[in-house]
Design a protein. Structure first.
Lengths: 330, 305
């Protein structure tokens, strides 16, 4: 049994430059409620509490987005993403509990799990469903990945989700990593694809074939950089192997809603996304790279390449300008 | 200021305390009377053998017979141990400089001492100064330069990225407190209540140098003055943090938005150079002690005449 986890209203908010409104959340959730997805994640692209000059100001605050979702989700669970260093327990997580969130995903860069200890322990102490997320999960060896995942479980996470934040994986990488986690940790494993190389859906299918049980996707793939794996494509694939899979109707309805409402935000795989994915750079940098490349008259490719060399992590958006300055001075 | 050396004790023999001790030993204005730890096997204590006269391994209690020889102490232990150290220091009428995130002391950023009443040195010899956070120390000069030359400040944001290797277990465990404490400093300094602080750890090898970016939104600002004042203050910070640099000068980042970035390269006394985040706290602590002794000495002279 696969739990399909819809990130359209969170990762998609990256693609929408964080312009998501409660009105759209309401409209989308009304369809999602009938679709057969397990959970809908809502918030700023970098999670609750992340609205900022650094990574982008959200048009609507967390509270109004979560309330709009809560009012329209009954069977389907309401989920959030939170990154320690951006979100704090007091300022962001406790209000999210009060807003009625069901699933709390706490995410860190794949090597920095210890920054999430207090947040996970707090939520697990409050008897909330808390999952650990390993962002940029390609940026570590297998042994390191397993030991970081084990820490998440020790803190109290009831699932570990691998995020391919840079869109760096091909299906065999996903198989290797999901398998290693399934073997070594006693909790559910989830997978979150990005489509930089054009293999997002194939990667999600690979995760399912290797017994990952939480699968992320978004309608029309709406998400950071080249977008996520499109949920409707994952479902249509999965239906060929499992007769109990949700029917396609509502997924197509959600995808049509996104496609017609936000034609300007629809992500795609481009030469630049293939380059950044292959170099393993965080997809969410794309809007800043576009803007700064234009401002400085640099090619996006040169910027991505240098960012790849310096191995930036999510949250270092302000380094892009410094790198552009350095490239101009070379 | 008299030429007598400032006689101090350093409590806490971890990485921060050891670096601080090295720094004080190389500064002709200071005499380190005691280095205080809890374990005889502490590598910090062993390192200072023959260099600091009193190496104490039984905690602050062991300082009891030495209080009359020292002017003040640096507390590099933990937020939970600090209240006790502060109360002992008060009993002996000594100043204390708090490098822990306890937030008990008065937040102080040395470069701003004579700039704003919010950061004034105490006229009493007995005082407690908090070194805030690395994000607070590295951003304060820029926040001040921008907001002083702006009208109707609406929002202030501080985001720092540091090398993973420079973030010890305490920093990781207290990341929420770090954010709170940095935001409080920004609120105190600007009077603006819409403040946000962000901390990002980067594990890359070789390690990254600390960067802090300040964003301010205001109704009006004078960019030329902001740039001028930032350069001036950065030069002043450099007097006590030589590795402090303005890498992105203040620029208009959007409508009503100013942004600037500084970089902090550590001095490498004991901590590696990529630990600019820890270096700036220690450098600020040493500078604060000098300023405190100088000003409280002046005020005693005034009272005497």
């Amino acid at each position: 049994m696969i739990s399909f986890y819809d990130v359209t209203l969170r990762d998609g908010n990256h693609a929408m430059r964080h312009s998501l409104t409660p009105e759209f959340v309401r409209e989308y959730c009304q369809i999602a409620e009938l679709s057969g997805v397990w959970a809908v994640e809502v918030g700023h692209g970098n999670g609750i509490g992340a609205s900022s000059f650094l990574v982008g100001k959200a048009k609507s605050d967390d509270r109004s987005l979560l309330t709009a979702a809560r009012d329209n989700l009954k069977k389907v669970k309401l989920a959030i993403h939170a990154i320690p260093g951006f979100a704090t327990v007091k300022r962001d997580i406790i209000p999210a509990i009060k807003a009625g969130v069901d699933i709390f995903r706490i995410g860190t860069h794949v090597t920095e799990v210890s920054t999430a200890q207090k947040h996970i322990e707090y939520l697990s102490g409050e008897d909330k469903t808390v999952h650990g997320v390993l962002m940029m999960s390609h940026a570590i060896d297998l042994k390191g990945l397993v030991s970081q995942a084990k820490l998440l479980v020790d803190y109290g996470a009831s699932a570990v989700v691998l995020m391919d934040s840079a869109g760096n994986y091909v299906p065999k990488d996903v198989a290797l990593r999901v398998n290693a986690l399934k073997k070594e940790i006693g909790v559910q494993v989830g997978f979150h694809a990005h489509n930089n190389l054009g293999v997002g859906v194939s990667n999600a299918i690979s995760a399912i074939e290797n017994d990952a049980t939480i699968i992320d996707g978004s309608s029309m793939g709406l998400g950071a950089g080249a977008g996520n794996a499109s949920l409707e494509s994952i479902i249509v694939n999965y239906r060929r192997t499992d007769s109990t899979a949700p029917s396609l109707d509502k997924f197509l309805e959600m995808s049509y809603l996104v496609e017609t409402r936000f034609p300007e935000y629809l992500p795609r795989t481009t030469s630049s996304s293939i380059q950044s994915g292959d170099a393993g750079v965080f997809s969410g940098f794309a809007p800043q790279v576009r803007q700064i490349a234009t401002e400085f008259g640099l090619s996006q490719e040169d910027l991505w390449q240098e960012m790849g060399k310096r191995r930036l992590v999510a949250g270092q958006e302000s380094m892009i300008r410094e790198i552009a300055q350095d490239l101009m001075n070379l | 200021m008299s030429n007598a050396k400032i006689k101090v004790a350093v409590i806490g023999t971890g990485n921060i305390g050891t670096d601080l001790c090295e720094r004080l030993l190389k500064d002709s204005k200071f005499e380190v009377k005691a280095f205080v730890g809890r374990r005889p096997t502490s590598s910090g204590l062993m390192r200072m053998r023959g260099r600091v006269p009193n190496l104490l391994e039984a905690g602050v209690e062991a300082l009891e017979s030495l209080w009359h020889e020292i002017d003040g102490v640096f507390d590099a232990t933990s937020a939970s141990a600090h209240p006790q150290h502060w109360s002992i220091a008060q009993r002996h009428k000594k100043w204390i400089i708090d490098l822990t995130p306890s937030r008990i002391g008065k937040p102080l950023v040395p470069v701003l001492i004579d700039k704003t009443p919010k950061m004034r040195i105490s006229m009493d010899h007995v005082a407690n100064y908090s070194m805030v956070t690395c994000g607070g120390q590295s951003s304060a000069a820029i926040i001040y330069a921008i907001t002083k030359n702006a009208k109707l400040v609406e929002e202030v944001e501080i985001s720092s990225s540091i090398a993973s290797l420079s973030a010890g277990p305490a920093t990781r465990e207290n990341i929420d407190e770090y954010i709170d404490s940095t935001e409080n400093m920004a609120m105190l300094l600007t009077g603006c209540s819409a403040v946000k602080s962000i901390l990002v750890l980067n594990p890359v090898d070789p390690p990254v140098m600390m960067r802090t970016t300040v964003h301010v939104r205001a109704a009006n600002f004078n960019l030329a003055r902001i740039i001028h004042e930032s350069r001036d203050l950065v030069a002043k910070v450099k007097n006590y943090v030589p590795g402090y640099d303005l890498v992105v000068e203040p620029y208009v980042a959007g409508s009503g938005q100013i942004s600037a970035t500084v970089k902090v390269l550590g001095s490498g006394y004991y901590l590696p150079q990529y630990s600019g985040n820890l270096d700036i706290i220690n450098a600020a602590a040493v500078e604060t002690a000098k300023q405190h002794v100088h000003f409280s000495h002046l005020s005693r002279e005034r009272i005497a005449t």
